[in-house]
Design a protein around this ligand. Structure first.
Ligand SMILES: Nc1ncnc2c1ncn2[C@@H]1O[C@H](COP(=O)(O)OP(=O)(O)OP(=O)(O)O)[C@@H](O)[C@H]1O
Ligand SMILES: [Mg+2]
Length: 312
């Protein structure tokens, strides 16, 4: 079992408009809505690759049945915690020229009892799991130390934790020495407080991030692939070239691939290969954070992993 904390669940709603006029009435041509949130994408990836997964996140009574149906159909076990108010909707407006405008709701302000329930449901699930993933933002009312506390608790119980977050959640989370942290380029820049220009600079950044606490660091660089620090050795991963339709959510799918490969006990280069294939497979589809296992299988042999440091 892999346990995923995706506390800040969302409804992703996509509207197509002819043109977007600020301050005027805009009529949508089409509308689609489905369950979203970064942790939810991680969990969907894990399930698509065939591993059992539990997802812990907020839910409300209006959407509970839809989430349950959507996730159970895709073999994700959803441990929803009632928010006491409506969960957030993330609105994407696409105009005829393909330009995308996003409107993100802040989501509900949680009572302390609800934040405590999210933490306890997740730590209980993670204690039964072989790998724990903490992913994305947390709802309003949850402390910036949330991931740091959870990772410290779980790693103390020998549970391997994967951390994918930004801002203060990431800054604090790395201090708890997670098994692995996966910042993207911008998150790594913000964490270190300086620019990271090019692959050589990214390779240097790995050591600086590793020095903060995590044992393994994977810094993803979008279509460029990634660089990784794995038990003291660095490598460069080249992603396969694909005709990208929508790379949003590729990092989430990458993390799902990491979790699955680690659970299966694969060698480091194979862990990174599977994760990179998952990121590329997500970019192939228009949906966010949804991939096809057959695309992953076809892309994995095309991933290149080059070790930079010699084996000790
Ligand atoms: N256009 C692309 N072509 C091929 N592979 C891609 C592409 N975009 C992303 N990937 C793969 O997915 C991985 C993660 O992408 P990225 O660095 O954009 O993550 P991210 O910014 O965390 O994404 P998100 O937070 O939206 O999920 C990359 O390391 C790469 O392997
Ligand atoms: Mg990301």
């Amino acid at each position: 079992m892999i346990a995923v904390a995706g506390f800040n669940t969302a409804i992703d709603k996509a509207l197509e408009v002819e043109a977007l006029h600020v301050g005027a009435v805009n009529r949508a041509r089409t509308v689609r809505a489905w369950p979203g949130g970064k942790g939810l994408h991680v969990a969907l990836t894990i399930a698509a690759l065939g591993e059992p997964v539990q997802l812990v996140g907020l839910i409300d009574c209006t959407h509970a049945a839809d989430f349950e149906a959507f996730l159970s159909e895709r073999r994700v076990e959803f441990l929803g915690v009632e928010a006491g108010a409506e969960i957030r909707t993330n609105l994407t407006l696409r105009d005829a020229e393909g330009r995308v405008t996003e409107l993100l709701e802040p989501g509900p302000q949680l009572e302390p009892a609800t934040t405590q329930r999210l933490r306890s449901v997740f730590s209980e699930a993670a204690r039964q799991a072989s790998i724990a993933v903490v992913s994305g933002s947390v709802p309003r009312g949850m402390a910036e130390s949330t991931y740091r506390d959870l990772v410290a608790l779980l790693e103390a119980g020998s549970r391997r934790c994967l951390l994918d977050a930004s801002g203060p959640l990431l800054r604090q989370g790395v201090l708890a020495r997670p098994f692995l942290v996966k910042p993207n380029h911008d998150e790594a820049e913000a964490l270190l407080g300086h620019k990271i220009d090019g692959v050589d600079a990214a390779l240097q950044a790995l050591s600086a991030i590793g020095a903060l606490g995590p044992s393994r660091v994977v810094l993803t660089l979008g279509r460029e692939g990634a660089v990784a620090l794995w038990e003291g050795r660095r490598c460069r991963i080249v992603a396969p070239a694909v005709e990208a339709r929508n790379p949003v959510g590729s990092g989430d799918c990458f993390v799902g691939g990491l979790a699955v490969a680690l659970k299966r006990g694969l060698a480091p280069a194979e862990v990174l290969r599977l994760a990179t294939a998952c990121g590329a497979a997500n970019a192939l589809t228009t949906e966010i954070g949804i991939l096809r296992a057959e695309d992953v299988a076809a892309l994995a042999p095309k991933v290149e992993v080059e070790w930079i440091d010699a084996q000790p």
